[in-house]
Ligand binder design. Sequence first.
Ligand SMILES: [Zn+2]
Length: 377
Amino acid sequence: MMNACNICNDSLDVPVYESVRAVSVTSLCQVLDGPTRVWHCANCGHTQTAPLPALEKFYAEDYHILTTSEEEDQLYSVRDGKKLFRTEHQVNTLLAKVNLSLNARVLDYGCGKAATLKALRNNRDDVVPHVFDVGNQYRDFWNDFVRAENQTVNEVPGEWVGYFDAVISFFALEHVAGPKAFVGEAYRLLRDGGTFYFLVPNLFANSADLVVADHVNHFSESSLHRLLSDAGFAVREIDGTAHNSAWVVVAEKTNVDSEPILATSVAGKVNAMAEYWGEFGDRVRAFEKANDTEAAIYGSGFYGAFIHASLDRVKSVECFLDQNPHRQKQTLLGKPILVPEALPETVRRLYVGLNPRVAREELAVMDWSQELEVFFP
Ligand SMILES: [Zn+2]
């Protein structure tokens, strides 16, 4: 149960969302036992999910995101047939937003593989990389480009206090049950005038974030502002457009106050999303019941896994389809992931497991020979 808001400590009332079935889907597309429950804080505009008991095991055993291969990267966009990967886009955005001084000391906090920091060094080899995370599983990746004394696990050395020109973080804060402690630590480790730069999912650009089981925090502009201001930061920028479905945030350790923001309530938007996801499984099953021909799911990310978890008869699903060449080598929930052109001719139904904002556009360019009944999210 959730009693208090992670950001402002205001007390929370009833959940805005509770999954129909007692199963939940994680950001890595695993299906875990236990319902997803989500609360919204009207006071600061934050939305948060109760951590599942099964999550502890998930982090201990399964949360090795993309550690299997160095080249593996998530597809960011496909435009005119050209694929842009997430890491490359993250480096471009970082360099556009943050003015890193020569030989800047940069800490990737909660870094995982630290792929973005590594890629940053291709553009800026003067940057001195430092990494911190809570497990040893990423050491092999770090050893390629971070000196041993600039790597730390679990505990941060005393010399790192007030030491960094920039602390960066990519998609970590949404997983953290104590975001105030995380942000407070970033503040402590920065020098005066240093920059805290981070990305987190933007629920308002991708409503699926509401039902991702391991995303504890779903930030709004106002809850981000509150979190950073309370920690002592001046907020420089909260950009909802520079990275698909993410907030790009720039804050500075300084005595100059933040620009105030005009806080407008997001409760209506959050409630609408909760309603959409509350009905989503029923829509999938209504489509499923209409006939029982062979099916495929287009998209092997969260939407695809959520559709699979909503079905009554998963046996009718032959495969997933995905544009990402790295995904095509893998399986998801026991089913192969194929290049979309390889859709088996026997398949007559297609579930589109993509963000509704892009689903129809991406499907429009596909040209399969057979007639297909299509479910759109
Ligand atoms: Zn709050």
